[in-house]
Ligand binder design. Sequence first.
Ligand code: ADP
Ligand code: MG
Length: 731
Amino acid sequence: MSKPTVREEVLIKIASNGKIPIDPNPERPTEHFGSNTFNDKVMREHLPKDVYKKLRDTISKGEKLDIGIANTVAHAMKEWAINKGVSHYTHWFQPQTGLTAEKHDSFLEYDDQNVIERFKGSQLVQGEPDASSFPSGGARTTFEARGYTMWDPSSPAFIVDGPKGGILCIPSLFISYTGEALDKKTPLLRSMDALSRSATKVLRLFGNQKVKRVVTTIGTEQEYFLIDKAFYYLRPDLQLTGRTLLGAPSPKGQQLDDHYFGSIKERVLAFMQDAEHELYKLGVPATTRHNEVAPHQFEIAPIFAEANVGADRNQIIMEVLKKIANRHGLALLLHEKPFAGINGSGKHNNWSISDSEGNNLLDPGDTPEQNLQFLVFLIAILQAVYKYGGLLRMSIASAGNDHRLGANEAPPAIISVFLGERLSTILNDIKKGKRTKKAEDYIIDLGIDKIPAILRDNTDRNRTSPFAFTGQKFEFRAVGSSASVSLPNTILSAAVADSIDQILNEIDDEIAKGLPRDDSVLKVLQKYVKETEPIRFEGNNYSKEWEKEAARRGLPNVRKTAYALDFFKSPENIEMLKRQGVYSEIEIENRYNTKLEQYITALEIEKQTLCDLVQTRVIPAALEFQNQLIQVINGLKSLDEVVGEEAFKEQAALLKTVTDLMHQLRQNCADLESAVHKGEAFTDLSQKAKFFSDHITVALDQVRQPADALEQILPDNLWPLPKYSEMLFIM
Ligand code: ADP
Ligand code: MG
């Protein structure tokens, strides 16, 4: 008997994985929830009363920390951490890689001759990592190499357990020496401030003097794939690029719709429960888990939080899922399209605003005043998406997400808003200047004649909309699964803040002319309802008709990242972002360049990985088959007296097919190489990215075709890579 192939060995190994240990007495989540976070309760216990109060004040007002109390806070934090086995701390921040960064320092210090553990306020508040090796889109040439990290006290510090002691992670901002934001978090915080400023003015307009600020809240539904780690190790494309660059379709894919919300396999459940346990310790309230549409695809969603905390938590979720998957012998795939022909993964970014008293401002509310206020926010959001839809499109652009947007599984690259029938009716009535009729049970009667009735319960849903009102919140659904949610939320909040300002200015003008407040509000809203009508779409966003209709309405439909990034550079968009104090021009320039570089680099890595795979795995396997066929043909020829002269013909035809495919494969690889070579000649980054987008993505697909055809012809035992039918169904 021949010895098993590497693939067969893997299958045998997975089959013997079998037993999953059962914990007969699991802890209740509330018993360990937040146990690894320096949360409010811990602060109250560990800090002197006055220091605690000052810190709380800083956090709730979103202000900077008084350096006077930093030493006390740092000491308390260190003591708390040491008691939990922590030896090192790190400023934990979010550079433009989209990942998080950490550099560990121990608490050790010399005190005379003795080594002691100390953590100073200055160390807590500020760090100085070398900024020069983070992507900065050219900032290095403009700024000094050094940058510094600054504690963001609004997001709680937390402990990540290590194999031998934990690490105290201090959520931080990352800024250059000249004050430019180098990270994704700083602009997010600025956009939250901008929105708070504008939205608070709306509350004041309606007589609310009590509320101090308005907070942006987000809740992210994270999709991901899991495959057995052994398969992953045999797929360099998954390891290096996050997606399979080759792979023939499995006879069974997602045709039966039998995975979505299906019962969760025990091995996956064990992983999910362990991951949730870890997340609970870190204070991340993961509440929802389920099987997603594609085989081996899943989702996890937490309770929402303030946007900066929510963004941190989403990064923590991605990291914890990866770590725990690894412990379970699984590989976690966060790429937007790991498998061709199978649904990819996204991230539904639920977004809302609430006041400092905790009232959701996208909840229509009970009084006429609240309803009119709700309409101001709603219509400002419509205006934001209408006017800055291009920027929003830009904010979700990546090489990975290009495979998904508009591929009949995810919202298209056209950004439109779904409101549902009831809100649509109200807006249509405002447009016509008539009061919405009291219709059945679902409207709240407002008493005041001029103000439209608003509906409470929004039950209809549209799964295809990129930006849908889902009752008390909007769901931005086109975000990629691997992306940091900071950028989309930064853009969204900035755009809404700007639209609120614009609307409020016009309302103020009307009031100044002597029109009563409510009439002024309705008059201006009516104008914006008309203006923003093109952005509203209630139908099927996946349909071809919508593409045509959107084009008629003049909505941009930019399918590819290299082109979508142009929106970052349009003068109106730059002006708005500057006006809202979210980015400086140089910060935009740097981010734009970084995104272009990341896009190009992603494709360069894909090209090299694919060429290597073809050269070192696919071609050798095909050669082996060629060789086998040649031997058979020669054998048959030498036996022609026994089997007849024609006996080798079928084998010869097969040999020809294989030989032709090999030839095509080599040719297409050479074409890919020369296309990349041509692309490398561009000095302008944007032109280069566009060339890559137009040519390299196509050339990559062309290499794939003969390779996938070979996979379907070669003997199974010669095929060197795990197949779709294995990765997506065996666990
Ligand atoms: P749905 O049925 O609309 O998906 P869920 O209540 O299941 O609604 O929420 C989905 C996600 O939306 C969750 O992550 C949740 O935390 C988040 N979410 C709910 N309310 C808000 C809000 N006010 N702001 C931001 N996110 C929210
Ligand atoms: Mg949802």
